[in-house]
Design a protein around this ligand. Structure first.
Ligand SMILES: Cc1ncc(C[n+]2csc(CCOP(=O)(O)OP(=O)(O)O)c2C)c(N)n1
Ligand SMILES: [Mg+2]
Length: 742
């Protein structure tokens, strides 16, 4: 243990009293450290016992990592933010979580404050302690921590943005921040192999963010040793080139040495110099988890060498050697802890489990319902599209009619003006990252590859509209961290075809934050995505749909407008609502003549889950959305003209939630249903709708439920092939006719 080399700076405050300190830690703090570390180890031991008795269902320990958890907590402040990983039990205890709370998660109790029985033990979330809900995938927390730090900085610079406002998500989101706050994020050595780790380092470095990375290097990722994960076997060596960082590599089994390192790291972050990287060498005395037996891949010799560095006995020896505690003192502490833990375990085992009826609680915001009348407003100017009452189109006024691209841009502009928490980032979304060019009027600015965000950076500044690296996980992960803190990111994924690097964040993180934390945390935000084909040459990688992959994710709202007015109204609902929203914008519809509309005013909203009857009819129902809407309309009009078949055309507009009532009402009337969509046929969005119709409306059907969709291929480049692959008006016409004749 480090007793001799005392950092004078850390010791300043104590010189008056002349009491001996250890790198600034008082003897009382060291006794507290021992108390926490011993507690942490004994909670693990207790859980292991309970698991063997089958009273809890999973166990993963923080054993061997206790010293650095305590050291980090001592060096940081309660107002800092924490993205710990599963080995951070001692950190959480040191920050104020209790063993009883941890055991509640072990038994899966309703009162488990981390998840209400929804997550495994050691998946920390303590709202009161700024410990943000954590998950199981290795490394997904790191980019979120970056976003968390960015949000803290934003609120410190624009404190008015933190104010509450009635009538939208802000009403339900308390914002707290400190000008000098730090975001702590930890991970294991193996997790440094995840790409998101490197994306996070890059952004933390580039933006000089006050993020403290803590790599807890126990030299193993389950059975895979560090030299297999990390080229050269030492992560510190690999990351040392990142600018603006403060680096520490320490013995993480010694709380005094680790504390000093964390202190220096924290000073660097708080001073605004940038992020810090603490690489702590620790041990893993208890296999990876209770599902693992490390004797299968680690010889006794190696395990014994580790045991000699065990932080708990080491600190005990240190306290005895320094005369801080005698044996009696140690025994007293340990006995108190054991007794308390016994009582805590007994109590936790009695705790009530959650009720099965609660499983749907908090999939979505319980506070704000985006399907409600609150989100149903009238456009300020009458829209020229066909009204639901079937009175036909209003007289178009060309000069007033705006494209979908125009109205999305205007909606973003209006909402940014109204709500200072809205920030926009993504690839190429800024007008010009080198903003001096804009200021000197040397350039006009880009504002998105489709120009949907044009002019927003110029109007609202580079803190609110900025470019991201080409890294889709980076975009979604950071946005999730920002939204957790109360910002409203409206980010852009440039092409749906390239959304996949963000899939881990989109499936395992963003939509499930509220549910897995039992409503303690939430991340309402909007992801705008340019989607779809019919581009003549869009080919495989600029034509993809795939919306059903996302409607299959509980917790994620999915919207897919077909015209300018709906796009404006639905985007506004997306921004003001309290849930994460995937907002799919069809590229082919951005500047289409079809579906243009006058500006509907700054408060126009369309509620989620409400379809639009594009054209009423009596003979058959066509259910569709997106770019198939105008094609289906064309086919329906031809069928009416040529064969007197009256088609009711339903534009779903919103895919999750979707308007079952509108579908049911129509099918009950027409007794025939066709579902048309642009994505490939099999396993597509129409499969679910068809299954529901077959299930719930069987007795109303006069014909089989039909689907028209793309072929089960990707979209080819050559227009002849593209036409053959994507559903055309002619295909829709043929299918409608057949269905009518059945
Ligand atoms: C993305 C992902 N892949 C695989 C796993 C399974 N898994 C859980 S922990 C782990 C090893 C992590 O090792 P390390 O980062 O060194 O942390 P340690 O457990 O050693 O503290 C693996 C492979 C996972 N949880 N997430
Ligand atoms: Mg490890």
């Amino acid at each position: 243990m480090a007793t001799t080399k005392v950092d004078p700076k850390l010791n300043e405050n104590n010189t008056a009293k002349k009491a001996k300190t250890y790198q600034g830690l008082t003897t009382q703090q060291l006794i507290d450290a021992y108390r926490i570390m011993f507690t942490s180890r004994r909670v693990d031991d207790r859980e292991i016992l309970l698991k063997r008795q089958q009273k809890i269902f999973f166990q993963i320990s923080g054993a061997g990592h206790e010293a650095i958890g305590v050291a980090a907590a001592f060096a940081l402040k309660a107002s800092d933010w924490f993205y710990p990983y599963y080995r951070d039990r001692a950190l959480c205890l040191a920050l104020g979580a209790t063993p009883y709370e941890m055991l509640l998660q072990g038994v899966g109790a309703a009162d488990d404050p981390s998840s209400g029985g929804r997550q495994m033990p050691s998946h920390w979330a303590y709202q009161r302690l700024n410990i943000v809900t954590q998950s199981s995938p290795t490394g997904t927390q790191i980019l979120q921590a970056i976003g968390c730090a960015e949000a803290g900085r934003y609120f410190a610079k624009y404190p008015k943005a933190a104010q509450k406002a009635e009538g939208d998500y802000r009403q339900f989101k308390d914002v707290q921040f400190q000008g000098d706050e730090i975001t702590y994020v930890s991970l294991g050595d193996g997790t440094t192999s995840e790409g998101e780790f490197w994306e996070a380092l890059n952004t933390a470095s580039n933006r000089r963010l006050p993020v403290m990375f803590c790599v807890q290097d126990n030299e193993y990722a389950i059975s895979v040793p560090v030299e297999v994960q990390t080229s050269g076997g030492n992560i510190s060596r690999l990351v040392s080139g990142f600018p603006n960082f403060h680096f520490e590599e320490v013995d993480g089994t010694d709380p005094v040495i680790a504390y000093a390192a964390f202190k220096r790291a924290a000073d660097h972050c708080r001073a605004g110099h940038g992020p810090a990287f603490v690489h702590a060498h620790v041990i893993r005395p208890y296999s990876h988890s209770l599902s693992d037996d490390e004797r299968l891949y680690r010889p006794d010799s190696e395990r014994q060498a580790d045991a000699a560095r065990d932080p708990v006995p080491r600190l005990q020896m240190f306290l005895l050697r320094e005369g801080i505690l005698d044996e009696k003192g140690i025994n007293k502490i340990e006995k108190e802890i054991e007794e308390q833990l016994q009582a805590d375990a007994d109590r936790a085992l009695e705790a009530a489990p959650p009720q099965p009826e609660t499983i749907y609680d908090f999939v979505y915001s319980p506070a704000l319902d985006p399907t409600s009348a609150q989100f149903d407003t009238r456009p300020a100017v009458a829209a020229p599209d066909t009204a639901a009452d079937g009175k036909g189109p209003a007289a178009p006024n060309k000069s007033l009619n705006k494209t979908m691209a125009d109205l999305i841009n205007t909606t973003l502009r209006d909402e940014m003006r109204r709500d200072e928490r809205v920030v926009i980032f993504g690839e190429d979304v800024a007008d010009c990252s080198r903003e001096e060019y804009l200021k000197q009027k040397l350039v006009k600015g880009k504002g998105g590859v489709f120009k949907l965000t044009a002019g927003l950076q110029s109007q609202f500044g580079s803190d609110r509209v900025f470019n991201s690296p080409i890294a889709e996980a980076n975009i979604v992960g950071r946005a999730t961290g920002m939204a957790t803190r109360g910002l409203k990111p409206v980010v852009e994924i440039q092409f749906f075809d390239y959304i996949w690097p963000a899939m881990m964040q989109l499936r395992d993180e963003l939509p499930i934050i509220r549910w897995r934390s039992n409503n303690a945390f939430s991340a309402p935000l909007v992801i705008r995505v340019a989607i779809g084909g019919y581009l003549t040459g869009g080919a495989i990688y600029h034509s993809q749909c795939g919306e059903s992959i996302f409607t299959h994710i509980p917790g994620l709202r999915v919207v897919f407008p077909s015209n300018a007015l709906d796009a404006a109204g639905l985007l506004r609902t997306a921004i003001r609502c309290d849930d994460p929203v995937l907002f799919l914008e069809h590229k082919r519809l951005y500047r289409e003549t079809y579906g243009r509309a006058p500006y509907p005013g700054p408060d126009y909203m369309v509620p989620f889950g409400k379809a639009k009857v594009v054209q009423p009819g009596t003979d058959l129902t066509v259910i569709t959305y997106g770019a198939v809407v105008p094609r289906a309309l064309q086919a329906a009009q031809k069928l009416e003209r040529e064969h007197r078949v009256s088609v009711e055309l339903i534009d779903l507009r919103c895919l999750n939630p979707f308007d079952w009532d509108a579908i049911a009402a129509s099918v009950k009337k027409t007794n025939r249903a066709l579902i048309a969509y642009e994505d490939s046929l099999s396993w597509g969005y129409g499969a679910e709708i068809a299954a529901r119709i077959a299930d719930k409306l069987f007795h109303h059907l006069d014909a089989p439920v039909k689907r028209v969709a793309a072929t089960d291929t990707f979209v080819a480049y050559q227009p002849i092939l593209e036409n053959a692959i994507l559903p055309q008006a002619a295909d829709l016409f043929r299918a409608m006719k057949e269905l009518a004749e059945f």
